[in-house]
Design a binder for this molecule. Structure first.
Ligand code: AMP
Length: 279
């Protein structure tokens, strides 16, 4: 199993991509914040079926965290991440410092509306500006043929597709399915924060989400039932439990072709999100 030495500099990343292209190889990018689990690794394997070289980026993006959020305590396990990646089809790791991505004097932002409006933005107003900027930078730095993002962060996936389309970034964006624990809890680096009691409650989120996605009640009643069921299960607060247009995240109406059920709920300071297609 060949070990992977992280590329730390943007010019090193560009040299790597240039070398791959010179050999006629198609390149894929998997952006992550590290603390890798099987959800991340599934994206690596999925994109590996479509390209010849797979770059995994590991960067805990400081600007997508608000001052009161968990930037300082966010799990960082680079050595373990590199070991996990060595057992996959990843061919390179890009793990820059914060100073490499945001050098002194950095003054540019990426503002996105459309699918970024509402849901996560109601709770984390800074979030998609931070994600949008770092993803735009990573895509422009690597200019891969493909980049893959998990449906776990469904609104994020739509926001990234919007940015890539609006800014004519020549990269195909692919979505990967949500990978879950045995009880249905969507894998997340933040699940490591859960106490054993919270972990048990967390497993209920997926059941409530399924009920919401399969409900035959009118949407406002189904959403209210999901909200109450989450509180009854032991969640301390519900940020949203709703069904939206799967392509725009607008409120659905009779013309909506595809719908998505989305939930964000809290266990103390820990926020869990999940979503599911409405069939
Ligand atoms: P993160 O490290 O949390 O920023 O996630 C990096 C990428 O992995 C994003 O595209 C996420 O949507 C994706 N991801 C995270 N958790 C999962 C999961 N359980 N299943 C599939 N993809 C995931």
């Amino acid at each position: 199993m060949a070990s992977l030495t992280p590329i730390r500099r943007i010019d090193g990343l560009r040299d790597y991509v240039r070398g791959q292209r010179a050999e006629g190889r198609r390149v894929g990018l998997v952006p992550t914040m590290g603390a890798l689990h099987d959800g991340h690794l599934s994206l690596v394997e999925a994109i590996g079926k479509q390209v010849d070289a797979v770059i995994v980026s590991i960067f805990v993006n400081p600007i997508q965290f608000a001052a009161h959020e968990d930037l300082d305590t966010y799990p960082r396990h680079e050595a373990e991440d590199l070991e996990k990646l060595a057992a996959t089809c990843a061919t390179a790791v890009f793990a820059p410092s914060a100073g490499e991505i945001y050098p002194t004097g950095f003054a540019t932002s990426v503002a996105v509306e459309g699918p970024a409006m509402g849901l996560e933005t109601d709770i984390r107003p800074h979030f998609f500006a931070g994600v949008g900027l770092v993803v735009t930078k990573l895509l422009l730095q690597a200019l891969p043929d493909l980049a893959i993002f998990g449906e776990k962060d469904y609104q994020q996936l739509l926001v990234i597709r919007r940015i890539v389309s609006d800014l004519d970034i020549p990269v195909e964006i692919v979505g990967g399915p949500i990978i879950r624990e045995a009880d249905g809890l969507a894998m997340s680096s933040r699940n490591s924060y859960l106490s054993s009691g919270q972990r048990e409650i967390a497993g209920r989120l997926n059941l409530v989400l399924r009920e919401l996605a399969e409900a035959s009640d009118p949407p406002d009643i189904a959403e209210a039932k999901a909200h109450d069921a989450l509180l009854e299960a032991g969640f301390s607060a519900v940020d949203y439990a709703c069904v939206r247009d799967a392509e725009t995240l607008a409120l659905p109406d009779k013309r909506t072709a595809r719908r998505r059920a989305l939930i964000a709920a809290r266990l103390g300071d820990i926020r869990l999100i999940d979503n599911m297609e409405v069939r």
